[in-house]
Design a protein around this ligand. Structure first.
Ligand code: CA
Length: 233
């Protein structure tokens, strides 16, 4: 059961989708143009969006760009016209997760939606059980974007902080040595040489502050490095 936003200006199609997806057990909100869609997205949290690209007021493509800036993790399935090959390519390049070409069957839409929502729930690092049992489930990291969220709020991270966090998360429960971190930093373009020896401590300190209240801590393992673990209650 998911909370979905359907953005479609064709009233017949919109009402049909609303009825079918509600019947399938979802909570469905509809918007008839791009502007209304943005207002809905600003006021409500959704698990996924079905977005027609041909919309009045604000185009579907503009809404898609807008979503990707503000809600990078929100799964979006776009609806395009039969001959809209350019739209599909542009939409996928702009960060749509999937597309359907009109006309489509309800069964196909539901199957695509389920797959999209399932993918969105997968943990970012190869489905590691260790990670999911260690995290408080309030921190979410997506290595492909890359972006991290704490309770669905994007965490502002510099490139180095991101590299450090993703390394610690991907090896949660294990010690990450200083050398590991420095070697990841070395591979970043423009950041390589001359990382000051005390820089790591500084970044660990910053990251701890950003993860404050996340249920996770970064522990110093004397002489070895750092380890991300869940705070003992
Ligand atoms: Ca349309």
């Amino acid at each position: 059961m998911s909370s979905l936003l359907i953005v479609e200006d064709d009233a017949l199609l919109r009402d049909g989708l609303h009825a079918q997806l509600t019947q399938a057990g979802h909570t469905v909100t509809t918007a008839s143009d791009g502007l209304k869609a943005q207002l809905c997205l600003e006021s409500t949290r959704f698990d996924g969006v079905v977005l027609d690209l041909g919309l009045p007021k604000i185009s579907g493509m503009e809404v898609l760009h807008w979503i990707r800036k503000r809600l990078p993790a929100l799964p979006v399935l776009i609806l395009t016209a039969r001959d809209g090959v350019d739209d599909r390519v542009q939409g996928l390049n702009a960060g749509a997760d999937d597309y359907l070409t009109k006309p489509f069957s309800t069964a196909e839409l539901q199957a695509r939606l389920s797959a999209m929502l399932r993918r969105a729930r997968l943990p970012a690092f190869g489905g590691s059980l260790e990670l999911s049992s260690l995290t408080s489930r309030r921190l979410r990291v997506d290595a492909t974007l890359p972006q991290a969220w704490l309770d669905n709020e994007p965490i502002e991270l510099t490139q180095r902080e991101w590299a450090l966090l993703s390394l610690l998360v991907s090896q949660a429960g294990q010690v990450v040595s200083r050398e590991d971190v420095l070697s990841v930093w070395q591979t970043e373009p423009g950041e390589g040489n001359g990382v000051p020896s005390n820089a790591l401590e500084v970044y660990i300190h910053r990251l701890r502050r950003k993860l404050d209240d996340s249920g996770l801590s970064i522990r110093n393992v004397r002489g070895l490095g750092y380890m991300m673990e869940s705070k003992t209650p």
